[in-house]
Design a binder for this molecule. Structure first.
Ligand code: GLU
Length: 486
């Protein structure tokens, strides 16, 4: 079977995790089966278009490495891949349905439809079109169209019977036709609705599997009716389960869910995000958490998609990102950190020199969860001056004994100045010897030096940091700290 999948975003907002989950499964299914993955822009709701939204979709897909074979920027056998440029196809289909009496023009005004809805709501009835125009005579219709009355085209849903479709995840789903109203397929401006455009395009573009969120299940019977009326075979439907917050409510900002590109901004790796969203509905074996793309490509099957909601847990995503950071090789991590450092470093700081960043990486790789952690951990390597107060330096240990702190700083400075080789092993040996000499606990002595040199109580390993920072800067900072204490 020729697998062809499509990711069909409406450019009405920024791409979210749920969108990318659809794209990921489309991509996996297509790649695993030697098929094609198609990007199609569904911009038929012209009132809701958001500028830049298509670019954001493209950027998010590209960042996540979900490459497509056909699309607006790539072309392909069914070009164009933007629905607003394919209006004649939808109009032809609507015309065919009109001619065959499977659809009809509806002249009802917005006011009438508003009143109808208000009446239905007041009477606690399900809202829906009452089919007034369905019963107009052909002559009436002709006359009103000729008079230039605006109209939409509605699909004439069979009044009886039922409509079913097979969902790959859920099996057979059946609805009574009496619960469906005569939905609009073509608007008065000649644009199709989503239902018509999606069905026509999926057929025309030879889509084999329609993967999308569960929120589209209510639309699927309508699509099925359109398939039947147009005499075209339905694709396989795959409705992915909802993504919920940890409180099992609809996922939203309050759960810490952000747009996909915000995750990039926040220092998440595409590898981690892909891994995380894959597990919101799919599993390898119910156990394995960290899964790379090639494993997914080797093992992905629709059978392992679950009908149960995926639970979005931001802490798990952070953890997973840390796992992925640890899996990167050091050169790679250095390159990925660099732009974040450049972004965060103040103008007064030294430039984020790639060679220096590369040397720092081994000190911080296990201490990071997101790439943005690099800056607070390493800022002291780049900033000219460390701002510490006497309170910071003295802490609890030296609060009542400032002279001991001064003495410790002096001793350290003097000994470090005379150290033969500036390597972390030499530095460590010396510092441990001094600890004894000073009669201090290592934690207190090293803590003081750490605060003086890095400006923080926690930092990457101290001796390695001093080695990289260099003798000159280390001594400068020790001297400065001593001044602060005086
Ligand atoms: N344009 C729809 C959306 O933005 C696509 C739904 C579908 O895949 O059929 O979600």
């Amino acid at each position: 079977m020729n697998v062809r999948t499509r990711y069909a975003p409406s450019p009405t907002g920024t791409p979210h995790l749920a969108n990318m989950r659809v794209a990921l499964f489309d991509w996996l299914l297509a790649r695993r089966n030697g098929g094609a993955f198609i990007l199609r822009i569904e911009d038929t709701d012209q009132n809701r278009l958001v500028e830049g939204a298509v670019d954001e979709q493209i950027e998010a897909l590209t960042w996540l490495g979900l490459d497509w074979d056909e699309g607006p920027d790539k072309g392909g056998p069914f070009t164009p891949y933007v629905q607003s440029q394919r209006l004649n196809l939808y109009q032809d289909a609507a015309q065919r349905l009109l001619t065959e009496d499977k659809a009809y023009p509806c002249f009802c005004t917005a006011e009438r439809l508003d009143q109808l809805r208000a009446r239905q709501t007041a009477a606690k009835q399900a809202p829906g079109y009452d089919r007034l125009c369905r019963w107009l005579t052909p002559a009436d219709r002709q006359q009103r169209i000729a008079a230039g009355e605006p109209y939409v085209v509605r699909f004439a849903v069979p009044l009886e019977g039922e409509t079913g479709f097979a969902d790959v995840i859920r099996g057979e789903v059946v609805v009574q036709n009496s619960t469906l109203d005569d939905f609009v397929i073509l608007k008065s401006d000649g644009y199709p609705t989503y239902h018509l455009a999606s069905v026509v395009d999926d057929h025309h573009m030879q889509i084999s599997h329609v993967i999308r969120g569960e929120e589209w299940i209510p639309s699927a019977p309508r699509h099925q009716l359109l398939h039947q009326a147009l005499g075209i075979g339905p694709p396989f439907f795959v409705h992915l389960p909802l993504i919920l917050g940890p409180d099992r409510r609809k996922l939203g900002k309050r759960h810490g869910a952000a747009g996909v590109l915000e995750y990039r901004q926040g220092g998440y790796l595409p590898e981690a995000l892909i891994n995380f969203i894959a597990l919101l509905g799919w599993s390898l074996d119910d156990r394995t958490e960290v899964i790379d793309r090639s494993t997914m490509l080797e093992t992905f099957t629709l059978e392992r998609l679950s009908p149960n909601p995926g639970i979005f847990d931001p802490d798990k995503l952070r953890w997973m990102n840390g796992e992925w950071i640890r899996r990167l090789d050091e050169d790679d991590l250095a390159q990925r950190i660099l732009p974040y450092l450049v972004r965060e470093l103040p103008e007064t700081a030294d430039e984020a020199d790639p060679v220096l960043v590369r040397r720092i990486v081994p000190l911080i790789q296990t201490r990071m969860e997101v790439l943005t952690d690099a800056y607070p951990l390493t800022a002291f390597f780049f900033t000219q001056e460390i701002l510490v107060t006497a309170d910071d330096l003295l802490g609890k240990r030296f609060r009542d004994e400032p002279a001991a702190a001064v003495m410790a700083l002096d001793t350290a400075a003097k000994a470090l100045a005379g150290l033969a080789a500036w390597t972390h092993t030499e530095i460590e040996g010396l510092m441990r010897a001094l600890t004894e000499e000073l009669g201090l606990k290592p934690r207190d002595f090293f803590g003081l030096v750490r605060m003086a040199v890095t400006g923080a109580a926690v930092s990457p390993p101290l001796f390695e940091s001093l080695e990289i920072l260099g003798r000159e800067k280390t001594l400068e900072r020790l001297a400065r700290a001593r001044m602060v204490l005086e």
